[in-house]
Design a protein around this ligand. Structure first.
Ligand code: SF4
Ligand code: SF4
Length: 295
């Protein structure tokens, strides 16, 4: 089984549109949308959810009013000013302490120091994850709550589920729409993958982002390839990117011309290769052939 992860230095490079086309070309791969902070592969693949579950990426303190004796120890030890003296009365005192769920960082210190075991450390639901059917096979995806963190953990969970499904169905290919950037979610996206494809575009910021993400990928010793999207918009920078990639002993395996079919396909909720048989689709098909060859 092979797992191909598609990432980019930032959002907006056309990564997800390219992944959707890969799904259409592969036909039977298991898909995982691990761009959990801005998931949008579902807009094109229109998944029909057949399993959903809560995702809990962390814990938070919760003061049990009936047990609180109002000593204030928890407020003294909390470094995040998350304990407030605004809780309701109980049988013993007129006012108890309570936890501000927005401010609580889930460190657990207050739980440890409470003299009356009045603080519970509860799992927090940060979002939901799904297993769905699409017209190109099974897709694993998620919806993270607004401003929720722990997206790295969620990415790891989605990749684990995608692998289990692939093993279960004897499927030999997983295509992952990875997180952009260089933070925890992207590290969680590529760790242990068989192949990484970086999608970039020929702008100075695209070149800079590519440098950062290529450095990151190099640290994981994973075979890494590059595709330049909208390559004809700035041929000089595209050439510089190709030279830089070559110096890194990596390879540009695809150049995709600019085409508003990317936008139009998204509006029609289909992949670019479904939307048009034109030259831009041929670019994507050539890229896909090179990737499957490299696997
Ligand atoms: S440390 Fe425990 S008993 Fe004391 S105020 Fe906090 S929750 Fe209440
Ligand atoms: S778990 Fe940590 S951050 Fe949350 S209330 Fe307790 S001490 Fe403060």
């Amino acid at each position: 089984m092979k797992e191909i992860v598609v990432i980019s230095g930032k959002g907006g490079t056309g990564k997800t549109s390219i992944v959707a086309s890969f799904a259409a070309l592969a036909r039977t791969a298991v898909m995982a949308d691990c761009d959990v902070d801005a998931a949008d592969l579902h807009l094109v693949l229109e998944p029909k959810v057949r399993h959903s579950a809560d995702f809990s990426g962390g814990k938070q303190a919760f003061i049990v009013t009936e047990k609180c004796i109002g000593c204030g120890k928890c407020r003294d030890v909390c470094n995040f000013d998350a304990i407030l003296f605004t809780g309701p009365a109980n049988d013993v005192i007129d006012k108890t302490y309570t936890v501000d769920p927005i401010a609580c960082e889930g460190c657990g210190v207050c739980v440890h120091f409470c003299p009356n075991d009045a603080i519970e450390f509860r799992d927090v639901v940060n979002g939901q994850w799904f297993i769905s059917d699409t017209r190109f096979g099974t897709m694993v995806h998620a919806r993270l709550g607004i401003a929720e963190e722990n997206s790295g953990k969620l990415v790891s969970l989605l990749r684990k589920k995608a692998k289990e499904i692939a093993v279960d169905r004897n499927n030999d290919l997983i295509i992952v729409d990875g997180s952009p950037g260089i933070g925890c979610p992207v590290i969680a996206s590529i760790t242990g993958a068989d192949l990484v494809l970086i999608v970039t575009e020929p702008t100075l910021s695209g070149k800079h982002d590519l440098d950062r993400i290529a450095d990151l990928a190099a640290g994981f010793n994973i075979p890494t390839l590059v595709a330049i999207n909208k390559c004809d918009l700035n041929p000089d920078v595209a050439q510089q990117i190709e030279t830089d990639v070559h110096k890194r002993n990596m390879k540009v395996v695809g150049k995709i011309r600019y085409d508003d079919a990317f936008t139009k396909a998204q509006i029609m909720k289909c992949s670019v290769v479904e939307y048009t048989g034109g030259a831009v689709s041929e670019d994507i098909k050539a890229l896909w052939r090179n990737i499957t060859y490299a696997c």
